[in-house]
Design a protein around this ligand. Structure first.
Ligand code: SF4
Ligand code: SF4
Length: 144
């Protein structure tokens, strides 16, 4: 059997044992946050269900934990013939099923985690001051 055929059959067998882990999310790179406002935007991303933020090799990513609409109940792809290129070229080497732990430098799974991180990074008083300023503005708007 050729190497290619071996690799193909290996992929087939592995994927048959997997629940389609690589079809259950997508991750997009985001700008590296610099100041308070950037971190606060990320806190907003994390306020949404099914989102995570991770940092790998210094790069920041938004992870959307949402399964593909074509992933069937038996973990197969019902759009196999027309699946996008990114699915066709994805390999089992170091995939979610076979790979090691990612060893993220940072990993946030909720806005509360980000809030705690921001409190450490910017200091708790800066956070309070920011919220007080917002509250004053809201009160002024309501009064006006
Ligand atoms: S490529 Fe990996 S994660 Fe994706 S279905 Fe196959 S074994 Fe599972
Ligand atoms: S199109 Fe198919 S292979 Fe691609 S993510 Fe969706 S279910 Fe997975």
């Amino acid at each position: 059997m050729s190497k290619t055929r071996k690799a193909k059959s290996k992929k087939k067998v592995l994927c048959h044992h997997c629940t389609g882990l690589c079809c259950r999310y997508f991750a997009l790179p985001i700008d590296t946050p610099k100041g308070w406002a950037d971190y606060d935007d990320i806190r907003w991303y994390l306020s949404h269900q099914g989102t995570e933020i991770f940092v790998e090799d210094g790069d920041w990513y938004l992870n959307v934990l949402n399964p593909c609409r074509y992933l069937a109940g038996d973990h197969t792809c019902v759009n196999y013939e027309l699946r996008p290129k990114i699915c066709r070229t994805y390999q089992t080497d170091d995939c979610e099923y076979t790979g090691d732990d990612y060893g993220y430098e940072l990993h946030f799974t909720s806005d509360r985690q980000m809030e705690d991180y921001m409190k450490v990074k910017f200091g708790p008083k800066v956070f309070e001051k920011y919220n007080k300023t917002k509250q004053k503005k809201c009160a002024r708007r309501k009064a006006g």
